[in-house]
Design a protein around this ligand. Structure first.
Ligand code: BES
Ligand code: MN
Ligand code: MN
Length: 464
């Protein structure tokens, strides 16, 4: 199948230009001002699947943004790969920190990407990575190298919690029936250290509102005599971690799986430089839960972080005021076995219980989802591992990620199949940040590696 290399060489410019066109559409799912653009992106994906050789393509309406479905069934007795990805992107702000506009993609060289990287919102998360699959499919169908059946399901609400997909999947279990789910929406360690993501954290996202007096007050006339909701909120938040950076919510750790000494030793073998990590972030020291390494803290341990906090006067100059209300958005990253709904309830009870009588507290749960661990002893993992060996010349390292794709746990529950996470992005690609980018090398390497997964998975399935 060395023809994939030639195919990429001959079509490289077109592959890049098509992705650039896709990246020009600002498909920001969080902001309703971009509704038309999100819908246009859905159409783009639909057409691209048709052009890549899907025999059946459908725009599936949902209560929210449509799901694009495509399939090519060559023989019912062969295995079926279901590809999942998302065409929506995060908001681009803060815009002024971008060195080029977020929806005007440009290719620039970086220290890590000497072959150039495409700078645009969604370049890596997930348009670039999703489109690798479309181009890999194009190669396989146009050269007679598709060894099995394939289905695509590309959604437009991943960045806002996949609510419509959670509605769609249980209603379409037959249509979506598959032998393995394949996703490129994660990363790898480095271009010369391939890795396969074997775990995703769960998530519980909440918003809290603390109300003190019924109106904003003069901070001289009332200061010291009534509760200041901002003071109270920050104090309550501070109390959520103890001096060892353990989370203080009662029963929070009840279901957290403790890894064995051996498993932790295995994890510690993955190449990692704390010095480079600190340097890349411009920090003098790392921070986190006592007793765990940096890699453990951001993968096998749960966390609680304030994502935003506001209230009172933040305009120019000074205003002497005690605000009536203060707010915060808080996320908890969870590990497998922690139930996100249970954790949300624990948070709510605890946060309400620590509020002093002088304020009222409301906790509003947002979205959430379960974590996920992929087994590495099944043929899906083995096929993926062999695919990386073929194109990278190295065995990939299994590694759990700290990020979340909550819908993966639902796939397992509803479709009874395992997911394999073949991510080709790097942590330094700045997903969700200004100047998000995706290496040209990574994009093409992904297109090259994916067809091998299909080939090996099909071969290994028939040997079962
Ligand atoms: N692709 C990311 C998740 C990711 C990135 C996992 C890198 C592992 C490595 C996804 O688009 C994402 O941003 N997920 C959100 C959760 C979602 C419910 C908004 C996240 O992890 O914050
Ligand atoms: Mn993503
Ligand atoms: Mn994302």
């Amino acid at each position: 199948m060395n023809t994939i290399k030639t195919y990429i060489k001959n079509n490289k410019e077109r592959f890049l230009n098509e992705l650039i066109d896709l990246l020009k559409i600002p498909s920001i799912s969080a902001d309703s001002a971009y509704k038309k653009e999100v819908l246009n992106t859905a159409d783009f994906v639909l057409k691209s699947l048709k052009n890549a050789g899907c025999e059946k393509v459908e725009l599936c309406e949902t209560p929210g943004y449509p799901i694009i479905y495509g399939e090519k069934i060559i023989d019912k007795s062969l295995p079926t790969v279901l590809v999942y990805g998302h065409y929506d992107v995060q908001p681009a702000d803060p815009i002024d920190l971008w060195t080029s506009p977020p929806f005007e993609p440009v290719i620039k060289e970086t220290a890590i990407h000497p072959e150039g990287a495409i700078f645009a919102r969604g370049a890596c998360d997930d348009k670039g990575q999703m489109y690798m699959h479309v181009k890999a499919l194009e190669y396989m169908t146009s050269t007679g190298n598709l060894p099995c059946n394939v289905k695509f399901m590309i959604e437009g609400e991943e960045e806002v919690g996949s609510e419509s997909l959670a509605w769609f999947v249980p209603r379409n279990t037959e249509k979506l029936a598959n032998d393995v789910i394949l996703i490129s929406d994660t990363g790898m360690i480095a271009n010369n250290i391939p890795s396969i993501t074997t775990g995703l954290r769960g998530l519980s996202y909440v918003e809290v509102e603390v109300t003190g007096p019924n109106r904003d007050l003069h901070s001289g006339l009332y200061g010291g005599a009534v509760a200041n909701p901002i003071n109270i909120l920050t104090k309550m938040i501070a109390s959520l971690h103890d001096e060892n950076n353990h989370i203080t919510i009662p029963n929070f750790y009840d279901n957290v799986e403790e890894l064995s000494v051996d498993e932790r030793a295995e994890m510690a073998k993955a190449p990692f430089s704390l010095e480079n990590y600190k340097k890349a972030l411009d920090i003098d020291a790392v921070y986190g839960e006592k007793g765990y390494s940096t890699n453990e803290r951001n993968s096998i341990r749960p966390t609680l972080d304030v994502n935003g906090i506001w209230g009172g006067y933040t305009g120019e100059g000074a205003k002497t005021v005690i605000a009536s209300k203060a707010y915060a958005k808080i996320s908890m990253r969870l590990v497998p076995n922690q139930d996100w709904k249970e954790i949300t309830a624990l948070f709510k009870n605890h946060f309400e219980s620590i509020a002093p009588k002088s304020v009222k507290v409301v906790v509003k749960p947002h979205h959430g989802g379960q974590g996920y661990v992929t087994p590495i002893d099944n043929i899906a993992y083995k096929a993926a591992s062999k695919a990386y060996e073929t194109t990278f010349g190295k065995t990939p390292i299994p590694q759990r990620s700290g990020g979340s794709i909550p819908i993966v746990a639902l796939f397992e529950q509803e479709l009874k199949s395992k997911t394999i996470l073949m991510g080709f992005g790097l942590n330094s690609d700045a997903i969700h940040s200004p100047n998000e980018h995706f290496g040209v090398w990574n994009y093409l390497k992904g297109i090259e590696t994916i067809p091998y997964f299909y080939q090996y998975f099909t071969e290994m399935s028939s040997e079962k």
